[in-house]
Design a protein. Structure first.
Ligand code: AMP
Length: 607
């Protein structure tokens, strides 16, 4: 049922928004959850301005800690100024894109800040992403340069198709000759891109989302108006800079002058060592995906803020971690709307929601659009739904990106003119693809996806992209990839019909996919089928595949027999982690069994 007739408002030329507000009072209110109006959070600034204001205000405050190394805000500022100088000398300036691929640590954050100080945008890559994918993204974004560690330089230089100039960290970070007059950014504006993040694309190629300096600078102020991270906080820095939740850690800290404690790689993925390290280092703020927090082997009493986001938050986690002494939040949002658009404060025993819109953001639910009704990128008229009804969640406000780089068709489908806009900031809306409804007239409830996008350990994955790469492998015909729960573990399962008489070896498939896709997108299981189950319409019947018994599910046929008490424990733990898969001594945990860092952490903790 629809309470309010669809009535698009007259499109206004820019500048007329204010005068249009008067009649609004006599119209029925549209069912939109608006965050508080806070024009003071929208400033004429870029990320570098925000950092530099803090460095000038608290120069002696510790900004970064990594192992034994401490850097004050003034030291970080100086180091990043040197990087910016060298980048400007190399021809980088406002409006340019610069790839960033470096292991975690202080150098990475100095390089990132150095790019920010030129007014250019960074395009970050995860440590373990294949060079093939890096080349595709750099080319797609027409990146001018790639900043990397010496270790990776050779691998990238050997990769064909990288035309960006390669600059190594040691060149950029080394001292400048005495008396060098530092070159500073020129002409950087809030409209320039601040960063580009590539996410999985359903058609087989990742898609780039460009976020402006205006959107991200506003986001930092808007979200922190609710989170309340302070100068005296010590914030855990655990996210890869290729994931936009890293802005909550790094740049909200820079905004307020907090200290970032950067975890060494071996601690960041270890559920026993990490909480211990957070306690020992007096960390007070943790931003995390629920999957990571769920693995923590003990409480961290000193945490005064826990901010969860990136995927559905289980109620049990809140009941375990929410205490009267700490604030716990659930923040929600897609990369396309600049990190987060809504926030809920979580309390033990109360239902988990994604809460209310952040200041200056708006949330609304529209009737789900049948994908077949979108022809040549033209989307049928939107129908807003009353509170309580389930539909597709849309986001408005200054965080909504311009669209996907070089993908006008996809941009036109997902980023639409907003018929219910009250001002210029709300002129467009982003269709998230998430199903949602408003509960009690105030709280948004996220109910899953309306499409094939999934989240695996917080990583966003379009199943279509894996299917396309799998279909390119020799000996593979039709493909379908699903996220299935095996035991209590989410796993990607790839089904395929062999194109020849002999199905390809799983090892070869895994290696072929690992060349093109990040490790979290390589399925744990590969299942050959004689034919794909299909609906009458001819589409693949995913429901059947969801419950299809997996071929190796027979009691782990082909497993080696444990021969010592230690092996008995090890085999039992591996069988639990990889249900139905044969466990043999010669198999590799990662490349053969499909293990990943969280599995490694889990098995370490079990053993
Ligand atoms: P990303 O662009 O990687 O941040 O992924 C965005 C998607 O992750 C959203 O569209 C949701 O499907 C999901 N997501 C993010 N945060 C939450 C949350 N707090 N609760 C439920 N789903 C979430």
């Amino acid at each position: 049922m629809q309470l309010f007739a669809f009535q698009p408002r007259r499109r206004l030329p820019l500048g007329e928004w204010a005068t249009d507000r008067a009649p609004f009072f006599c119209m029925p209110d549209f069912p939109i959850l608006h965050g508080p109006d806070r024009p003071d959070l929208l400033r004429h600034e870029i990320l570098a301005d925000i950092f530099e204001a803090t460095a000038a205000r608290v120069p002696h405050k510790t900004a970064l800690i990594f192992g034994e190394r401490h850097l004050t805000y003034a030291e970080l500022n100086d180091a990043a100024d040197r990087v910016a100088h060298r980048l400007i000398e190399a021809g980088v300036g406002a409006g340019d894109m610069v790839g960033l691929w470096h292991p975690r640590g202080i150098e990475l954050l100095v390089l990132q800040l150095g790019i920010a100080k030129t007014g250019a945008a960074w395009l970050p890559f995860d440590a373990d992403v294949p060079t093939d994918r890096i080349a595709v993204c750099l080319d797609d974004a027409s990146a001018k340069a790639l900043l990397i560690s010496e270790l990776s330089a050779q691998a990238v230089q050997a990769q064909s198709g990288v035309s960006a100039q390669i600059l190594t960290a040691s060149e950029l970070l080394s001292a400048l000759p005495e008396g060098t007059a530092l070159r500073r950014r020129e002409g950087a504006l809030p409209e320039h891109t601040a960063y580009v993040i590539y996410t999985s694309g359903s058609t087989g190629k990742p898609k780039g989302i460009a976020i402006t300096q205006r959107s991200i600078s506003h986001f930092l102020r808007s979200e922190n108006a609710r989170l309340g991270v302070r100068e005296d906080d010590k914030v855990y820095q655990g996210f890869s800079v290729a994931f936009d939740m890293s802005f909550e850690e790094i740049w909200i800290s820079y905004l307020v002058g907090a200290t970032l404690w950067i975890a060494p790689k071996e601690i960041a993925g270890d559920p026993e060592a990490l909480p211990r390290a957070l306690i020992e280092n007096d960390v007070t703020v943790l931003h995390a995906v629920p999957t990571l927090l769920a693995l923590f082997a003990q409480d961290v009493p000193g945490l005064r803020i826990i901010n969860l986001g990136g995927e559905m938050c289980p109620q049990a986690l809140v009941d375990k971690w929410a205490t009267p002494a700490r604030q716990m939040f659930n923040t929600y949002g897609p990369t396309e709307a600049t990190v987060s658009a809504s926030l809920a404060e979580l309390k033990a025993g109360e239902p988990v929601t994604i809460g209310e819109a952040l200041p200056n953001y708006g949330l609304l639910v529209i009737e789900v659009i049948d994908p077949d009704s979108i022809v040549n990128g033209v989307v049928p008229p939107l129908k807003i739904l009353p509170f309580g009804e389930t539909g597709e969640l849309c986001i408005t406000g200054p965080g909504v990106a311009a669209g996907y780089l070089g993908r006008p068709d996809l941009t036109a489908e997902k980023f639409l003119p907003n018929p219910w806009a009250r001002n210029e900031q709300e002129a467009r809306l982003y269709r998230t693809g998430d199903l949602a409804r408003v509960e009690n007239g105030t709280q948004m409830q996220c109910l899953g996806r309306a499409d094939d996008q999934v989240k695996i350990r917080g990583f966003r994955v379009e199943l279509g992209e894996i299917e396309a790469v799998l279909a390119e492998q020799p000996g593979v015909g039709t493909t379908a990839v699903l996220l299935r729960k095996e035991g209590d573990i989410d796993q990607l399962v790839a089904f395929y019909v062999p194109s020849g008489a002999t199905p390809p070896e799983v090892k070869a498939l895994r290696a072929g996919l690992a060349e093109k896709l990040p490790p979290y997108m390589v399925p744990a299981r590969f299942e050959a089928l004689p034919a794909m189950p299909r609906l009458q319409s001819g589409k693949i019947d995913r429901k059947v595949l969801k419950s299809q018994p997996l071929s190796a599910a027979a009691p782990a046929e082909g497993s080696d027999t444990p021969e010592t008490p230690a092996e008995e424990v090890l085999f039992a733990a591996l069988e639990k982690l990889f249900p139905g898969q044969p466990i043999r001594r010669e198999l590799d945990f990662f490349s053969d069994l499909g293990g990943h860092s969280l599995f490694a952490a889990r098995i370490t903790s079990t053993l």
